[in-house]
Design a binder for this molecule. Structure first.
Ligand code: HAM
Length: 430
């Protein structure tokens, strides 16, 4: 019996990984432009990091973590998200001591959540995220959102919208919390057992319950923006001001609360409005998490960030009908006839590669015609055929497969003049 991938995970075969590499490069370039530097943290962490960081009443911690005990009897968890790990590392490596604050970091890597599999929701997915830690300035909130939007726009997405809200500071959240308890308490018996537990512990989490989402009390629940104190309202106004300065349009959604406990003040999501994107329209989510660094043992260091899954970015591109074309990278296919020619092909392919020219050859001892077909299928720009004559004279026909033109050259000249050749043929084609 054959063995398949675990539910909620996928293989990415070369056709797909090529596209991923294009997107990853775009992401890395964008981060470079915005001056975010890459951080790589372990794929598993102490479970306590997430119970304390993400919050023990969240769906992520209660229902979705891959937690296991290792042979040393420690409870470890495959990371369900990146922020808690980055903040742990920020504290552990004392990055708060760096002269340049905020510390601007990004990551790309697999995250794990035990969720019901559907389009856009996987048990292993790749998140790209950024975290700017060490500034409480609303301008950095706007920068973080601008970076996310920039990645989507450069990838070619047009139908996306930025949705924002403010969760306010601790005082504002406390008044909102009291109002939520008063709102839900008389009817809490109509809600699921998780929500009943959440009522006193963390009533905000009732609002993102997947089971009770259609209960009419959800719509009439007290809205955060009505409970913002002056300081929080001023902060939110400034965030909106800087979004305006950056020319970014947005919608305010007073119901946006996000599903992780560390958020306060700014919360945002980027949604796809592409037709046919399916039920899950959130492409990215993020927000401010002042207090998380202290909660994980560090000094006062306010932070903000976001994360997006690259899978959902591809789904959104598909929904908008965007296609990746022209990811051909093969410069030359070397065809050979006979044993002596094969030796030459092996050494010439190796020389080409050492000169940064991508090259391929046949490893099945097939006939010339079959080798030529491979060259076509692999989208080679050029092909040469080595036989006895070419070995004797040291000269070979270099054929341009896109326009059929040929030119006779020595093996050495092909390498030394390759850039020139490519350029002149490209001009001819243009
Ligand atoms: P999150 O909203 O839980 O936030 O996830 C962020 C993004 O990760 C989602 O918008 C979605 O693109 C992707 N995602 C989440 N779960 C899945 C899944 N099961 N399958 C596919 N994609 C998924 C966070 O993770 C926060 N750490 C974001 C953040 C960073 N906030 C501040 N800094």
């Amino acid at each position: 019996m054959s063995i398949n991938v675990p539910r909620g995970t996928r293989d990415f075969l070369p056709d797909e990984t090529e596209k991923w590499q294009v997107i990853e490069e775009l992401i890395r370039d964008t981060c470079r432009l915005f001056q975010y530097k890459e951080i790589r943290t372990p794929v598993f962490e102490h479970t306590e990091l997430f119970t304390r960081g993400v919050g023990d009443t969240t769906d992520i911690v209660q229902k979705e973590m891959y937690t296991f005990t290792d042979r040393g009897d420690r409870s470890l968890t495959l990371r369900p998200e990146g922020t808690a790990s980055v903040v742990r590392s920020f504290v552990e490596n004392k990055l708060f001591g760096l002269p340049d604050q905020p510390v601007k970091l990004y990551y790309i890597g697999p995250m794990f959540r035990y969720e019901r599999q559907q389009a856009g929701r996987y048990r292993q997915f790749i998140q790209f995220g950024i975290e700017a830690i060490g500034s409480n300035n609303p301008a950095i909130d706007a920068e973080v959102m601008a970076l996310a939007m920039s990645v989507y726009k450069k990838a070619g997405l047009k139908k996306i919208k930025l949705v924002i809200n403010s969760l306010g500071d601790t005082e504002s959240r406390q008044s909102h919390r009291d109002a939520l308890i008063a709102h839900f308490a008389p009817h809490i018996h109509e809600f699921c057992s998780d929500c009943q537990n959440r009522l006193e512990k963390n009533p905000l989490r009732i609002l993102d319950c997947k089971v009770d989402r259609d209960n009419p009390l959800m719509d009439t629940a007290p809205k955060l923006p009505d409970y913002l104190n002056d300081e929080s309202a001023t902060y939110f106004a400034k965030v909106k001001h800087y979004l305006g300065v950056l020319g970014l349009s947005y919608e305010v959604d007073p119901n946006l609360v996000r599903g992780l406990d560390y958020y306060n003040h700014t919360a945002f999501e980027i949604m796809s409005e592409g037709e046919g994107f399916g039920a899950i329209s959130t492409l990215a989510g993020g927000g401010r998490y002042n207090g998380l660094v202290e909660n994980l043992g560090g000094p006062v260091s306010p932070g903000i960030g976001f994360a997006m899954s690259i899978e959902r970015l591809f789904l959104a591109l598909e929904a908008e009908g965007q296609k990746f074309t022209n990811i051909d990278t093969l410069d030359m296919y070397v065809v050979s006839m006979g044993e002596a020619a094969k030796d030459k092909a092996i050494s010439f392919v190796s020389q080409l590669r050492e000169s940064n020219i991508t090259a391929e050859m046949d490893y099945l001892d097939r006939k010339v015609k079959a080798q030529m077909k491979s060259a076509d299928r692999l989208n080679a720009k050029y092909v040469i055929v080595i036989g006895d004559t070419e070995l004797e004279t040291g000269m070979v026909m270099l054929k341009n497969l896109s326009n059929g033109s040929q030119i006779e050259m020595s093996f050495e000249d092909i390498i030394s003049k390759f850039d020139e050749l490519k350029l002149s043929w490209q001009e001819e084609l243009a």
